[in-house]
Design a protein around this ligand. Structure first.
Ligand SMILES: Nc1ncnc2c1ncn2[C@@H]1O[C@H](COP(=O)(O)OP(=O)(O)O)[C@@H](O)[C@H]1O
Ligand SMILES: O=c1ccn([C@@H]2O[C@H](COP(=O)(O)OP(=O)(O)O)[C@@H](O)[C@H]2O)c(=O)[nH]1
Ligand SMILES: [Mg+2]
Length: 263
């Protein structure tokens, strides 16, 4: 255990060294990010692939709340693989699969595709990927979606992000999205908002009750919103990587991080 703590201290020293050529004094978040980078460097060369279950983040929010936009930024900064349930379903339509016509009709009407089908598409992507951390964007949309995922996959997500955006703003964004989607019209958007409020909010409440929900105010520029998101992932990355890698008790990790941030 003390050897592990010594290794942790050495990583802290490297993190501080990597910040030492800054002109401005480093703030707590910068220290934490440099620390996280050092841990990732030290982990390179080890084979993490599927020795443990992947780290799963569900990304929820109404239509146009900015889920996809923020997921791309999380991918760039934190190396997650982005799986948009909507994109996977749209791919099924364009590949002329046997379910294509049914999916197209369901999306056109703003309804929800049968859970088994969506879960199968997500599971196939996770299992064929080399990555061990995923953003599952726009799923689960209903309690039935959630229960099917947890039954089939046999696990809950590690965390859930909820982009909280007023309806007016969501409608404005969807109607100016310009991606040629059949469901980005005023009638379908109204239906999708009804479905979101009736069926998706219970899922959000469920994960909130389990202490897994991170609610992010989703009004502002994309960068302003990402600043909120980045703080969450930076802290989580440090904690989730430290605990299994070093087998150090969580109390020691928190004590060390608290001291680090005070300096
Ligand atoms: N913070 C923001 N402010 C204004 N427009 C945004 C913001 N974030 C995303 N958008 C735009 O709003 C539309 C919907 O965003 P998107 O990420 O596709 O949302 P979702 O996946 O939740 O439906 C897109 O055209 C996107 O460029
Ligand atoms: O798990 C899912 C995800 C999406 N959809 C369907 O796909 C549409 C578009 O979803 P997407 O996540 O792409 O929309 P967004 O919220 O990003 O606008 C939804 O309205 C649903 O009809 C679904 O049935 N199940
Ligand atoms: Mg989207």
């Amino acid at each position: 255990m003390w050897r592990r703590v010594a290794r942790l201290s050495s990583l802290i020293r490297s993190s501080k060294a990597s910040l030492s050529n800054q002109i401005q004094p480093a703030n707590g978040l910068q220290i934490l990010e440099a620390f996280s980078t050092e841990i990732q460097k030290s982990a390179k060369g080890r084979n993490h692939h599927r020795k443990k279950p992947p780290f799963i983040t569900f990304v929820l929010g109404g239509p146009g709340s900015g889920k996809g936009t923020q997921c791309l930024k999380i991918v760039e900064t934190f190396g997650f693989t982005h799986l948009s349930a909507g994109d996977l379903l749209r791919k099924e339509i364009s590949s002329n699969s046997e379910n294509g016509a049914m999916i197209l009709e369901t999306i056109r009407e703003g309804n929800i595709v049968p859970s088994e089908l969506t879960v199968k598409l997500i599971q196939r992507e996770v299992e064929s990927s080399e990555n061990d951390k995923f953003l599952i964007d726009g799923f689960p949309r209903t309690e039935e979606n959630r229960q099917t995922y947890e039954r089939v996959v046999g696990a809950e997500p590690n965390i859930v992000l909820f982009f909280d955006c007023p309806e007016e703003e969501m409608v404005k964004r969807v109607l100016s999205r310009n991606q040629g989607r059949i469901d980005d019209n005023i009638d379908t958007v109204k239906k999708r908002l009804e479905v979101f409020n009736a069926l998706n909010r219970p899922v959000i409440n469920y994960y909130s009750g389990k202490g897994k929900l991170y609610k992010i105010p989703a009004v502002g520029t994309e960068d302003e919103i990402f600043t909120r998101v980045r703080k969450i992932f930076t802290s989580l990355e440090v904690l989730s990587m430290l605990s299994p890698q070093f087998s150090i008790p969580i109390g020691v990790i928190l004590f060390t991080l608290t001291n680090l941030l005070r300096r």
